[in-house]
Write a protein that binds this ligand. Structure first.
Ligand code: F6P
Length: 326
């Protein structure tokens, strides 16, 4: 018989499409296991400042398809300090919250690890970031939608690239990781994909541009991950212009459009499954772990490991993309 009577749920860090589907699944799992669920607003800030409210079936009705997060999100500086976490713990206790499910990226899981370690709180984490850079899961919640958003945008940009013989440098998100860039680059047939995990030398880039596309003179798409060593799309544009002054180069920085919008079916299903499993794990006595999905199996990875290790990118796929772009 589970000791847990009330679970708190929060979303922290950058919002992602699919967070609402996860919140819904957590509330429904709570109903299934006869556990109350409290929604904590604005991530760890809400724990420190006691902004929370009970969530029932009605509260999560009609949200599975909505982007963003009904609980709002924030990056909380106060929670980084031990005093902030102590305050959060005291407020949790005062509200009768026995356990937490946190949804977010690396920073969110780091905070969860410390709160769990310092105050013995049972916490399960869900991988919620568009960046797909968390060790312990094949896919993070929101990544698939973000990639599809990039693909839809780049397809449109390619129409203009082709019509005007222009070269577009498109910058995509991912913080220090190139997952969004690699996948969307392959899906859009980009002429070059620049990611931090695979060093591209400036000469390689020039060589690609010199050869040009055999089918479309002067036109093309270069996808740049924001964390790439070249320094983002504007820097890449500068370098290209200095070598090829006659090229008609344009920059598009896709920005936060990548974080918004309705979650894809994939993200809804992933978030629903992981959300349920997080609550079940707490009922089963697990804690201090992220719930992920690897080879379509549920996998629990201790926070220490998700934080310590980087999820490796498929560099072979990057090499294949180079060949396919010729
Ligand atoms: O981690 C998600 C992410 O969207 C990154 O890809 C990006 O670097 C960062 O968050 C942007 O953060 P903010 O919305 O705080 O500017």
């Amino acid at each position: 018989m589970s000791q847990i009577k009330k679970i708190g749920v929060l979303t922290s860090g950058g919002d992602t499409p699919g967070m609402n589907a996860a919140i819904r699944a957590i509330v429904k799992a709570g109903i299934h296991y006869n556990i109350e669920v409290a929604g904590i607003f604005k991530g760890y800030y809400g724990l420190i400042n006691k902004t929370m409210k009970p969530l029932d079936g009605a509260a999560v009705y009609n949200i599975i398809h909505r982007g963003g997060t009904i609980l709002k999100s924030a990056r909380c500086q106060e929670f980084i300090k031990p005093e902030g976490r102590k305050k959060a713990y005291e407020h949790m206790k005062a509200e009768g919250i026995d356990a937490l499910v946190v949804i977010g990226g690396d920073g969110t899981l780091t905070g969860a690890r410390l709160l769990g370690k310092e105050h013995g709180v049972p916490i399960m984490g869900l991988p919620g970031t568009i960046d797909n850079d968390l060790y312990g899961t094949d896919y993070t919640i929101g990544y698939d939608t973000a990639v599809n958003t990039v693909v839809a945008a780049v397809d449109k940009i390619r129409d203009t690239a082709h019509s005007h013989d222009r070269l577009f440098v498109v910058e995509v998100m991912g913080r220090d990781a190139g997952f969004i860039a690699l996948r969307s680059g392959i899906a859009t047939g980009a002429e070059k994909i620049l990611i931090p995990e695979a060093k591209t030398y400036i000469e390689d880039l020039y060589e690609t541009l010199e050869k040009g596309s055999s089918h479309d003179e002067g036109a093309g798409i270069i996808i740049v991950a924001e964390g790439d060593k070249f320094g983002g799309a504007l820097e890449v544009e500068k370098k290209i212009k200095s070598r090829f002054p006659d090229f008609d180069v344009r920059v598009t920085i896709l920005g936060h459009i990548q974080r918004g919008g309705a979650p894809s079916a994939f993200d809804r299903v992933l978030a629903s499954g992981l959300g349920f499993q997080a609550v079940k794990a707490l009922v089963d006595g697990r804690k201090g772990m992220m719930v992920g999905s690897i080879n379509r199996q549920i996998v629990f990875t201790p926070f220490e490991q998700t934080i310590k290790y980087n999820r490796p990118i498929n560099v072979e796929l990057h090499s294949i993309a180079e060949i396919l772009a010729l």
